[in-house]
Design a protein around this ligand. Structure first.
Ligand code: BV8
Length: 253
């Protein structure tokens, strides 16, 4: 299928959809300047050893370096801005009767672009919490702390993200599955599909008869199938184009 045919098919399915899920990964924020994890030269896992930062045991052992690494990411997330891809997703929400953004991202860019229903599977960089007492604080208040020590109990502070080997927020996968198995279209944008259980979400949709539209410059290893449409390209280019074709509006604003 040519890319023009694929774009036309995706736009047509979206225009006729009553219920849409937009499932996103780090790639949707790449054009905002947020590093991805595994793809480009600037990917995070090439800079640090994930075992020492994004696993609880490694995080506890590797202080204050791991705390500072997350504090820098939280500051970066506050500095960057949503891109045309995030804004096109908001345009989709405005034109579809029911929609949900299910994101693996922790940068809050969907919310800052104006998305109203965002399900964060892997937590966020807005807050800090204590490993011991669970006390929470907004990150900026604590970013300058040299040591991540909880003021309430003296415990170790951590970002409010889901690290590897930690459970996702209670009910998150249930809600994601309920939406994925009842939607007409699921857009999978900017994810390598490497992390479980999030990686199951496009499969739920495809098995339930939805059209799955995959947007990624690198389609290698992405799911294939009769109801799966591949759109090669950056989300900041492809998503506004789909919105233009579906509803004749400039979705990337
Ligand atoms: C759990 C938060 C139960 C922290 C993250 C063996 C096999 C399979 C699974 C496992 C296994 N062993 C263990 C597991 C389970 C494990 C897992 O999946 N491991 C992986 C490494 C194999 N999962 C877990 O541990 C989960 N919990 O299962 O609990 C349990 C209990 C005890 C023991 C075991 C299990 C928790 C998972 C959550 C982990 N937290 N991050 C932080 O961010 O620091 S995961 C991390 O990866 C991020 O959240 C990220 O969102 C996520 C997925 O990555 P992507 O978003 O897809 O990003 P990536 O860089 O990979 O890809 C970017 C894509 O964008 C690329 O395709 C690129 O081509 C594309 N792109 C680039 N530019 C653009 C673009 N696309 C569009 N436009 C562009 N411009």
């Amino acid at each position: 299928m040519s890319s023009d045919d694929a774009l036309a098919r995706a736009a047509s399915k979206l225009r006729d959809a009553g219920r849409v899920v937009v499932f996103t990964g780090a790639g949707v924020s790449a054009e905002s300047g947020v590093p991805t994890f595994r793809s480009a030269a600037n990917s995070l896992w090439r800079q640090v050893d994930v075992a020492n930062f994004a696993y609880p045991a490694g995080y506890r052992r590797n202080q204050p370096a791991a705390w500072r690494w997350y504090a820098e990411r939280a500051a970066k997330a506050r500095e960057v801005a949503p891109n045309a891809g995030h804004h096109a997703i908001v345009a989709i929400e405005e034109h579809v009767p029911a929609s949900l953004v299910v994101t693996q991202n922790i940068d809050s860019l969907h919310q800052r672009a104006g998305s109203r229903r965002v399900l964060e599977l892997h937590g966020n960089l807005r807050e800090v919490r204590c490993f011991e007492c669970g006390g929470r604080s907004p990150w900026p208040d604590l970013a300058s702390l040299p040591e991540p020590v909880c003021r309430e109990c003296g415990g170790l502070l951590r970002p409010d993200v889901v690290m590897f080997e930690e459970e996702l927020p209670a009910g998150a996968m249930d809600e994601a599955r309920e939406w994925a198995t009842s939607c007409d279209v699921l857009l999978s944008v900017g994810t390598s599909n490497e992390v479980w259980p999030a990686t199951e979400i496009p499969r739920y949709a495809s098995r339930s008869g939805a059209t799955v539209v995959i947007v990624n410059p690198d389609l290698e290893g992405q799911p294939i199938g009769r109801s799966i449409v591949h759109l090669a390209g950056k989300s900041g280019d492809v998503l506004p184009e789909i919105v233009r074709r579906a509803w004749g509006v400039d979705g990337g604003l």
